[in-house]
Design a binder for this molecule. Structure first.
Ligand SMILES: [Zn+2]
Length: 84
């Protein structure tokens, strides 16, 4: 039974009629484009729409970057939101 299902999945993957659905996140309200790395992400509460990776990279790699104090302040505010 399980093998038959696997065979069907395999056949579907190998079909020349396979269609792949691609959609853009550009118009998806759930996603924000990070202004630094241009990746779309769902973290809307970071400073300036940055993704978590870019916040971390700036704070660790460029601690004197002009946006570092704003990122730190934003993180402090987030901590207050999530700590009781
Ligand atoms: Zn980023």
């Amino acid at each position: 039974m399980i093998e038959e299902e696997a065979d069907k999945d395999f056949e579907a993957l190998m079909s020349p009629h396979l269609t792949i659905e691609a959609r853009s996140l550009m118009d998806d309200d759930n996603y924000t484009k990070c202004p630094r790395c241009w990746h779309y992400h769902t973290i809307k509460i970071n400073y300036d729409g940055l993704c978590d990776a870019c916040c971390k990279n700036i704070l660790e790699g460029w601690p004197n970057h002009e946006s570092a104090p704003f990122i730190m302040a934003n993180l402090d505010n987030q901590r207050k939101l999530f700590t009781r």
